[in-house]
Write a protein that binds this ligand. Structure first.
Ligand code: NAD
Length: 354
């Protein structure tokens, strides 16, 4: 076994069905009295439900959370924090809403309570991506780590079929990369493998029955484990590639992850046989990248980057960007191989190992 550092698990987590009702007592535990509730415009109903639940302890609702955390939105939210004299935020939604809470925490030190409703996993990490003048940058800081996370399975029942599949693949991507991360450790690896197993079993069931509460529960449990894997290790090729593609061509986050993952796994497979064996075992498949590709098909996830609007000329541009700044990856980042990977993902072809 390689030497490792394990930093312990961040955040208090409350998990179950109907757990949203526990929010007032959790606010008391943190001794907070005025919560600004955050959401996207699409989830304003859920934000208003939280506001009603908190009564006098709700300082208002800010419902303009936006994908990739634009700094301009953060500045408007900061004005709302100030006007409402909020002493914490409650973010209800996916990674976009959690990102806004983190951006506020970075600038104010306010406590964050997060109620995730997708499988993206931002709630368990100290990572924040922000966009300014069209450029997305990422930072890691303990200041953005949420204090409390309430996973309420009931809130995921409304997650549309498409986003259920792609967001689930996004979560699995965290665990795949954690298993071969340069700073992997045995505890995170256990969680990563179990996270893939739980999601791999639950997501196909949800395609047939999106309101199956047991399958939703298993999927959210798996997403939580994958989120810990994301927060507990350094991501490599797959996440860097998705970041580049998403930022350069304005591609949607979860869909881009779902398309690229089998290809990134195929590229790294020759250099990470142990990790790939664990991914395959978790998916009950003979081969990791083929298993991920098959799962994407079962989930009816988009297959081609061109269908998300990426131009063909972008293949070379993305390959250039991908090899520009070095980072740890099991297999050396070579332009020819990366270009071939991106070209296959662009066209929607099956992954090719080696
Ligand atoms: P999202 O938060 O943008 O949500 C997508 C859409 O689905 C939104 O309109 C949202 O309101 C809606 N939605 C969410 N939950 C729903 C539900 N249960 N029912 C109905 N509609 C629902 O998407 P996402 O994929 O969760 O997050 C993507 C963003 O999060 C990206 O900006 C990404 O960079 C960031 N992210 C950050 C980290 C991190 O650690 N910093 C990790 C993962 C993702």
């Amino acid at each position: 076994m390689q030497p490792f550092v394990f930093a312990g698990l961040p955040a208090r987590v409350v998990f179950g069905s109907g757990t949203l009702a526990r929010l007032p007592e959790e606010l008391d535990r943190l001794q907070r009295k005025r919560a600004l509730v955050l959401s996207t415009r699409q989830q304003v109903d859920q934000a208003e439900r939280v506001q009603a639940l908190l009564g006098a302890r709700a300082a208002g609702v800010f419902s303009d959370a936006t994908m990739h955390t634009p700094v301009e939105v953060t500045e408007r939210a900061l004005a709302a924090v100030e006007a409402a004299q909020a002493d914490c935020t409650v973010a209800i939604g996916g990674g976009s809403t959690t990102g806004l809470g983190k951006a506020i925490a970075l600038r104010t030190g306010l406590d964050q309570l997060v109620i995730p409703t997708t499988y993206a996993g931002s709630e368990m990490t100290d990572i924040l991506g922000q966009t300014e003048d069209g450029v997305k940058t990422t930072l890691r800081s303990p200041a953005v780590q949420p204090e409390l996370v309430i996973y309420d399975v009931d809130l995921t029942l409304t997650l549309p079929r498409g986003l259920t599949g792609t967001s689930g693949m996004n979560a699995i991507a965290h665990s795949v990369e954690a298993l071969y991360a340069v700073d992997r450790n045995p505890v995170i690896s256990l969680m990563a493998e179990e996270g893939i197993r739980a999601l791999g079993a639950a997501l196909p069931k949800l395609m047939a029955a999106p309101h199956d509460r047991d399958a939703r529960s298993d999927a959210l449990y798996g997403a939580w484990l994958c989120a810990i894997a994301l927060g507990g290790s350094t991501m490599a090729l797959h996440h860097k590639l998705c970041h580049t593609l998403g930022g350069t061509f304005d591609l949607p986050h979860a869909e881009t992850h779902a398309i690229v993952l089998p290809h990134a796994a195929a590229y790294n497979a020759p250099a990470a046989p142990e990790a790939m064996a664990r991914v395959a075992r978790a998916l009950d498949a003979a081969d990791a990248s083929a298993g991920l590709h098959a799962l994407g098909q079962v989930l009816d996830a988009p297959r081609a980057l061109r269908d998300l609007g990426m131009p063909e000329a972008g293949i070379d541009a993305a390959a250039d960007l991908a090899v520009k700044s070095p980072y740890a990856n099991p297999r050396p980042i070579e332009r020819a191989g990366i270009r071939a990977l991106i070209a296959r993902a662009w066209a929607g072809e099956p992954p090719v190992s080696g």
